[in-house]
Design a binder for this molecule. Structure first.
Ligand code: ARG
Ligand code: ZN
Length: 870
């Protein structure tokens, strides 16, 4: 019986056990065949399993069979047809003594999906049944060696009430179906590909499909279905297009073809993460499937394209070649993020995509890498693996793959991935296997490069360029240093590929890019034939995930922001120019504001510049990013300095902003790059017009809201109004709610747009919203919409009263009782307490202490909170 109440509340008060990477042992038992029978019901589901278990040749003969379980008890256990009672449960897992080399184990388990609030294992969402098994959720369904190096062929029979569950889906191919008694029906599924249990999935519900098809390059037809609730069908076309684009792209770019006749996607509304790559049956958080212009922003459309691609690409990088153990998570996640980033870059603007990827890395991963939860992309230990689905494993993992690709070049990188897929197809592999295949296939030595897998922390690189006018030689002196999260020293000799160019100080031209490979603590590179002192463009396209510290002057940065031919470097120069000034302002040092105004003016005046790129260039660095540059963070001081500069830019260029605002007039809605660029620039200029405090700012925003035929424009207007003191704010938010109250994903936006308000009454508003009838802790999207957005609201979350911290601590404590995985995600914002100024730091620590003092914390929260305080 699945007893959630007990499960969540009765965790031991002692510290959870730590699992170490070096303790890995191969399984003693394999399970080549798994046969499952589900009698489905929302409140009672019976699971009967038949496991074909085989003792490993290398196992000790007396080793019992270990079948993982979590909050389940067997109704019956049989071995080779005979009832057994000599099993025991140890920490939820079943130990079953077996004497032979091969047995048939039959187990029956009863579950209550309706009380499964953790959303791991089999659970009910909106009247349907669905599963989430990665990483260790299968053991909440039935007993099995729930580890990724045990691969099995699954045969699954699902039976349930036809009116409740007209659609019954599982992995693989549908082989048979039929009607039973009392309005029940059943379907038999067979997945020919051996897979680990974390890739198992089933869905039962009242669903309709957007149906399409794809023919693989070898001519095999694939049936494609995106399953949603009845009213959502017309919001699935974008996801379907993304799926077909991904299938083609993986054939063209990686030579990887789909391997089943059927590919199903299901959208569910209650989901802890973004989506899940279960074999042949991807399960998605509905926010990454459902979109039309009226309810989804351009960013939402991009998110859908990226996540659909990500899950599809896992079919090779994750499913066909899976992970040996969870320490290898980045093997599939880092690589797959790299693959989805490359795909999105190919589908749209590579420059904008790279800027966005780096923004995410800096916002989510850099803080992780410099805080108490820092870990290498291949962690050495964990207590709860769910806590390691992090920006480090995913996004820094992707950067590590990208560096290999940069060093190898496209052709050799492809030879490396071909070798990797061919050599490890059907296996559970390690990060080491991947690097070895890259070395061999790509013909390169990555011995030292491997340190990226074992070293946490963001390397800092300083570069100084000298020029000798006599000889025409420019010398670049480079130093690298690295401290890990805890301030501990680390190897200072990482391999760091830096794409570099020396720009002519007059024209901005250069004679080609150099790929400099740093592999020592200090080194120098020389460049001949430089008549004048060149201007240094370095880490172009963000070729390495590091912090660059170079002593370029404001004039040089302004020059680069106008002339660099690498779009990322151009954007970066502008960011550095602004960051340098703002961090100086916060610490009370004067700086040169005029040069920023001049640079922004030049960008605004550039008629040839792509409008979307223009919008990126004039945006100020975020408060969080600025804080991350400082040894001691004072969010209020950062907010004030940033608002002052924003206001100054706004006033200075008010007429220009207004002209641009009026030029980006929306015509008929389209997702073309041009139309999207217009919407982006229009929202950015609206933001500046509001910051200039022109009298009609509220009116402009309200008019934009009222006339909008798309969510991007609506949200842009609300983003401005939410910070303003004006009657239009209230009217617009009320209208927005009324209009969209039946669409959960848009109601999420309604919560978020209020949670990010920088107004002084923001905290009171959050408290009121937490009592709103639409607020519920049961839905992770809703929780993130309100509280996740709030923790990103630097100036209000870090209100010096400490009330914001208290609010989050209370939410963690309450949510932990029902959904530990999502609760634990709220610890890191508090976990950075050491970086804040004294008063706030102490209040943040106290909030953590309050959580730590709770009895019965989940493993998830316990691990994060104790590591944060340690
Ligand atoms: N493998 C999924 C993805 O990246 C994420 C699954 C996360 N599950 C979890 N329990 N943390 O596409
Ligand atoms: Zn993934």
């Amino acid at each position: 019986m699945l007893d959630i109440q007990k499960s969540a509340a009765a965790m031991p008060a002692i510290e959870p056990a730590t699992i170490h990477r070096e303790d890995y042992r191969p399984p003693a038992w394999f399970v080549p065949g798994v046969d499952l029978d589900f009698q489905l019901g929302l409140e009672k589901t019976i699971v009967r399993s038949k496991l074909d278990v085989r003792r490993s040749k290398s196992a000790k003969f007396e080793e019992p069979l270990l079948l993982n379980g979590d909050d389940i008890t067997p109704v019956s256990v049989k071995v080779d047809g005979a009832v057994r009672t000599d099993w025991k449960l140890v920490d939820g897992d079943m130990e079953l003594p077996l004497t032979g080399a091969a047995h048939l184990v039959e187990i029956e388990v009863e579950l209550d999906p309706s009380t499964n609030t953790q959303l791991m294992g089999l659970y009910a969402s909106n009247g349907m049944l669905c599963t989430q098994c990665e990483a260790e959720g299968f053991r909440r369904i039935t007993f099995l060696p729930d580890r990724p190096d045990v691969l099995s062929r699954y045969q699954v029979r699902m039976e349930g009430d036809k009116s409740l569950f007209p659609i019954l889906l599982c992995n693989g191919d549908k082989v048979q179906e039929g009607e039973g008694d009392d309005g029940r029906h059943w379907v038999q599924w067979n997945d020919p590909w051996p897979k680990p249990s974390y890739l198992f999935a089933l869905v039962a519900g009242d669903l309709v499909a957007n149906k399409d098809s794809f023919t693989t390059r070898s001519g095999k037809p694939v049936e494609l279905n995106i399953w949603v609730r009845d009213g959502d069908l017309d919001r699935t076309d974008h996801a379907m297009q993304a799926l077909k684009d991904s299938m083609l792209w993986d054939e063209q770019v990686y030579g990887r073809e789909y391997d089943l006749g059927l590919f199903n996607i299901v959208a569910v509304s209650d989901f802890n993460m973004g989506a899940m790559e279960n074999k042949g049956l991807n399960v998605f958080n509905s926010r990454y499937i459902l979109a039309d212009p009226e309810v989804a922003t351009d960013a939402d459309f991009d998110g859908i394209e990226g996540v659909v691609a990500h899950e599809y690409f896992h079919n090779w990088s994750g499913n066909r070649v899976t992970c040996r153990d969870w320490f290898q998570l980045s093997l599939k996640e880092g690589f797959t993020v790299y693959r989805d980033q490359s795909f999105s870059a190919d589908m749209g603007s590579a420059a904008l995509k790279r800027i966005e990827d780096v923004r995410i890395l800096r916002a989510a991963q850099f803080p992780e890498d410099s805080g108490p939860l820092a870990h290498p992309i291949r962690p050495e230990s964990y207590q709860e693996i769910s806590n390691f689905y992090t920006a480090t494993v995913y996004n820094k993992g992707a950067e590590v793959i990208r560096m290999m690709a940069t060093m190898l070049g496209a052709e050799q990188f492809r030879q490396g991935t071909d070798l990797y897929f061919d050599r490890h197809d059907g296996e559970a592999a390690t990060c080491e296997n991947f690097v070895a295949a890259m070395e061999e296939g790509g013909n390169i030595d990555f011995s030292q490069f491997r340190r990226w897998y074992s070293t946490p922390g963001t390397p800092r690189v300083s570069a100084k360029l000298h020029h000798d006018p006599q000889t025409g030689i420019a010398t670049l002196d480079v130093k690298q240093m690295l401290t890990t999260g805890g301030g501990k020293p680390a190897p200072s000799e990482m391999v760091i590929p830096l794409r570099t160019a020396l720009l002519d100080p007059e024209t901005g031209a250069h004679d080609g890019e150099h790929l400099l490979i740093l592999d020592r603590a200090e080194q120098s590179f020389t460049f001949e034939g430089q008549k004048d002192h060149p201007i240094l463009s370095i880490n172009r396209n963000f070729s390495a995930p590091i912090v660059m510290e170079n002593d370029r002057t404001s004039e040089e940065l302004a020059f680069l922001s106008a002339h660099d031919d690498d779009p990322f470097a151009r954007f970066e120069a502008m960011q550095q120019l602004m960051t340098g000034y703002l961090t100086a302002q916060v610490s009370g040092t004067p700086g040169d504001r005029d040069i920023i105004l001049h640079a922004v003016g030049a960008v605004l005046a550039d008629e040839d510049m792509d409008r979307a790129f223009k919008a990126e260039l004039v945006l100020l660095p975020s408060e969080a990013f600025l804080g991350d540059q400082m040894a001691e963070v004072d969010p209020q001081a950062i907010y004030d300095a940033r608002e002052r500069l924003r206001g100054k830019i706004a006033v200075q260029f008010e007429r220009k902003f207004r002209r641009l605002y009026n030029q980006c007039v929306p015509e008929i809605f389209s997702l073309s790059a041009d139309a999207r660029a217009d919407r982006r620039l229009r929202n950015v200029t609206l933001g500046y017009l509001a910051a200039s405090h022109v009298e009609d700012a509220a009116e402009l925003a309200y008019e934009q809201y009222r006339n909008a035929d798309n969510m991007t424009a609506m949200q842009g207007a609300l983003a401005v109004l939410t910070n303003m003191d004006c009657p239009e704010r209230k009217i617009a938010f009320e209208d927005f709610y009324k209009r969209f109250k039946d669409n959960a994903l848009v109601v999420d936006k309604w919560f978020t747009m209020q949670a990010v308000s920088q107004r002084s009454d923001a905290l009171k508003r959050i408290e009121a919203l937490s009592r709103h009838p639409d607020f519920t802790l049961a839905n992770p999207n809703r929780v993130r919409a309100l509280y996740g957005a709030f923790t990103g609201n630097q100036v209000r979350f870090h209100d010096v009263s400490g009330k914001g911290y208290g609010l989050i601590a209370d939410i963690v404590i309450e949510l932990d009782k029902q959904n530990p995985q999502t609760a634990a995600r709220f610890i890191p914002p508090l976990g950075r307490w050491r970086r804040y100024e004294r008063e706030r730091s102490e209040l943040m620590r106290l909030a953590l202490e309050k959580i730590a003092a709770q009895p019965d914390l989940s493993k998830d929260v316990s691990e994060q909170v104790h590591k944060s305080l340690a």
